[in-house]
Design a protein around this ligand. Structure first.
Ligand SMILES: [Fe+2]
Ligand SMILES: [Fe+2]
Length: 150
């Protein structure tokens, strides 16, 4: 699926998120407690270290260009995912093993969210937006400009 260059960084991160989802699923199928726990903690680490920033970047860069239905859907899905990831983050912080099933539920929701963004949200934005909003989206996703050393 063709992706506008401005949001390719987000799509690359989606690819990484889906591979974490697959790891959680395979670990669940294995039935091996150690593998399930490891996959759950890897998902929690990725959430803490990368995915929270990814969600924030989407809200910052894309919300101004979304219609109200898209905005409501994005914010609602992000809120739900923050809630589902919270117990995994707590396990990561405390060193206590995650509850069986928590990672699988969070991973399912993450996969649905990524697929909605790729197939519905990003596709809709690409079909609707002219070229100039993409410049501001790209600039927003690139982050604050670094001042030259003086
Ligand atoms: Fe998102
Ligand atoms: Fe995303």
């Amino acid at each position: 699926m063709w992706r506008h260059p401005a949001i390719r960084p987000l799509s690359r991160e989606h690819f990484t998120a889906l591979s974490l989802v697959r790891d959680v699923r395979w670990a669940a199928v294995s039935g091996v407690a150690y593998l399930r726990e490891r996959a759950a903690l890897e998902l929690a680490q990725a959430w803490r270290d990368h995915l929270i920033a990814h969600f924030d970047a989407e809200e910052r860069a894309l919300l101004p260009h979304m219609n109200s239905q898209e905005s409501q859907e994005l914010l609602s899905q992000h809120k739900d995912l923050h809630g589902l990831m919270a117990p995994l983050l707590a396990s990561l912080a405390s060193g206590q093993p995650p509850q069986p099933g928590d990672a699988e539920v969070a991973a399912e929701a993450l996969e649905s969210h990524v697929r909605w963004e790729e197939q519905t949200l990003f596709q809709g934005l690409q079909e609707r937006l002219g070229e100039s909003p993409w410049l501001s989206i790209a600039a927003e996703l690139a982050g604050p400009a670094v001042s030259p050393a003086s």
